[in-house]
Write a protein that binds this ligand. Structure first.
Ligand SMILES: Cc1cc2nc3c(=O)[nH]c(=O)nc-3n(C[C@H](O)[C@H](O)[C@H](O)COP(=O)(O)O)c2cc1C
Length: 168
């Protein structure tokens, strides 16, 4: 597998837990799972594949630590890298901004000459609107651990199987 790092922003631990589950399925060491609030350009440059996770706060906003994260990722050279996104949200309390943070990340990085993998059909989700959805697909793995925790494991497993081929 290509050298892979996971960077997450998490306020109450949900996205961090999902990051660890993804890492465990992919055999990624703990030293390659990073709180994005402590990320550096050198860390980002050292990976070929980047798995980036954020929850959504406020009303459709990135998790706080991604303020530093976006600045750092914009300074890094992402040309030729492969990026997979995942996001945590709450589709019942925030149906109009469900997992928007993931879409904000995508918008910020999409012109960086990197390749995005891991888009997921929105057919298994109930929500009203999300900037993370393009043509019926989330730009990454959407997790609603607040209302659909029973689906989290299966969603992670299916997504890992989906992206694995592009990480070989
Ligand atoms: C004040 C507040 C605002 C939130 N805003 C959104 C939102 O706009 N969209 C969404 O999908 N989820 C929203 N959420 C839900 C969180 O994203 C969700 O609880 C997530 O699992 C938290 O993950 P974390 O612990 O990794 O930060 C909000 C939650 C709170 C408490």
């Amino acid at each position: 597998m290509k050298r892979t790092g996971i960077f997450y922003g998490s306020s109450t631990g949900t996205t961090e837990n999902v990051a660890k589950q993804i890492a465990s399925h992919l055999g990624i060491d703990a030293c390659d799972i990073h709180d994005v609030g402590s990320s550096t350009v050198e860390m980002i440059d050292s990976y070929e594949v980047l798995i980036l996770g954020t929850s959504t706060w406020g009303y459709g906003e990135l998790q706080d630590d991604w303020g530093h994260g976006i600045d750092t990722f914009k300074k890094a050279n992402l040309t030729g890298k492969t990026i997979a996104l995942f996001g945590c949200g709450d589709s019942e309390a925030y149906p109009d901004t469900f997992c928007d943070g993931m879409g904000v990340l995508y918008e910020a990085l999409k012109d960086s000459n990197c390749k995005f993998i891991g888009f997921v059909s929105d057919s298994d989700y109930t929500y009203a609107s999300s900037v993370s959805v393009i043509d019926g697909n989330f730009v990454g793995l959407a997790i609603d651990d607040v209302n659909e925790a029973d689906k989290t494991d299966a969603r992670i497993e299916a997504w890992v199987a989906q992206i694995k081929g592009s990480m070989a």
